[in-house]
Design a protein around this ligand. Structure first.
Ligand SMILES: O=C(O)CCC(=O)C(=O)O
Length: 376
């Protein structure tokens, strides 16, 4: 789902692709050549399911729309469940009864304090080695990226045939050469004549797209590489995932969180339609939590030709996908980073009480998704 998947003209024609294009961020042409601030094109959001207002209506005893049911699962709020679209029937009497698709939506599953904690962890501890990030392929393991970004450090490369004894350096072996990457104070990077390349930690933080926790996923092979060094899923996340997964678990079984992917989205970033099909047992849910700016999530069917349902994902929402829902294409075509639509005022308020304004700055224009999986 990451990388350079070529979108052919045919793919453009699928219902999923059309929905992605409908919601994606585009700018008004008139502003292209002018110096005025770029204006996003207006999008019709009238068909986007809004589980926040569905929850409000439900709390006022207003009947739920067709295709949505509510479960009481021991949370202090209902868990909404999308019902299966009936398969096309040959004759009207053949239409099967609607069943839960095993796609569950828990609006506001996380408190604001919990959201802030997961945002802090996603930026500080989750990208730490041995966890891998999208930067590993180029720079090798990077330690303390967030701190380095705050301190305006620069990652500099020195090419050498022998690894140096400097313990602060990372190594990445490319084309037989050993490349050494090390954080320096910004001004030292400029002074150093030996460096061939450099990149600021702030840019690297902006370009952080994913980190993987627990069992490490190998994107090039599209499988879990159990031989890669890894830590267990951190305790707090492990507990939370187990609690959130409960409504979607087969009776009598407990979710075993073994791997997680943290996705980082900035302005204009999207996650193309895909299936998460690398885990052995699809009866176990993927537990997916949203943090930061509001997004649109598309849930399609088993074919890209099936028109997807669009729904808003806000900070603190959790989604569970199990069983048939795991066979459905899904993706994130849009995040909203403008004040009116991002809906992060409670997070901003919470972070503004802290001395450290770096989290606040980051999350104002970003979204983080943590999705947790049982692999075996
Ligand atoms: O960002 C999201 O909400 C969805 C993430 C996702 O689909 C994935 O990582 O497989």
């Amino acid at each position: 789902m990451y990388g350079t998947e070529k979108v052919s003209e045919d793919a453009e024609r699928t219902a999923f692709r059309r929905a992605e294009k409908k919601y994606k961020l585009y700018y008004e042409d008139t502003f292209k050549s002018s110096k005025k601030k770029k204006q996003p094109k207006r999008v019709d959001l009238s068909e986007v399911l809004d589980f926040k207002s569905i929850l409000d209506s439900y709390n006022q005893n207003i009947q739920l729309s067709q295709g949505i049911s509510a479960l009481q699962c021991g949370f202090n709020r209902p868990v909404f469940c999308l019902e299966n679209r009936p398969e096309r029937a040959v004759n009207v009497n053949d239409v099967p009864p609607l069943q839960c698709l095993r796609f569950y939506f828990i609006p506001g599953a996380l408190s604001v304090e919990e959201q802030c904690q997961w945002i802090r962890d996603s930026l500080t501890s989750f990208p730490q080695p041995p966890n891998r990030t999208n930067h590993n392929a180029i720079y090798g393991p990077i330690h303390d990226l967030f701190v380095a970004a705050k301190e305006k450090k620069v990652l500099v490369e020195e090419e050498s045939s022998l690894p140096s004894l400097d313990s602060g350096a990372n190594y990445c072996v490319k084309n037989g050469d050993s490349h050494r990457w090390k954080f320096c104070e910004g001004h030292l990077a400029i002074l150093s004549g030996k460096t061939s390349k450099s990149v600021s930690a702030q840019v690297l933080l902006q370009k952080l797209r994913w980190s993987t926790l627990g069992l490490q996923f190998d994107w090039s092979k599209r499988n879990y590489d159990v031989s890669l060094p890894h830590n267990k899923i951190p305790d707090g996340l492990w507990q939370l995932a187990k609690r959130l997964a409960a409504p979607a678990m087969p009776v009598g079984e407990e979710f075993q969180p073994e791997a997680a992917i943290v996705n980082y989205f900035g302005l204009g970033d999207t996650l193309g339609g895909h299936l998460d099909d690398m885990e052995a047992d699809w009866s176990k849910p993927i537990v997916s939590m949203s943090l930061g700016c509001k997004a649109i999530f598309l849930l399609g069917g088993k074919s890209r030709e099936d028109p997807p349902s669009a729904m808003f994902l806000r900070s603190g929402d959790a989604v569970l996908m199990a069983g048939e829902a795991r066979e459905c294409f899904h993706g994130v075509p849009r995040i909203f980073t403008d004040k009116e639509n991002a809906e992060i005022a409670p997070l901003e308020l919470q972070f503004s009480h802290e001395d450290d304004c770096f989290f606040l700055e980051y999350i104002r224009t970003s979204r983080i998704n943590i999705n947790i999986r049982q692999v075996f």
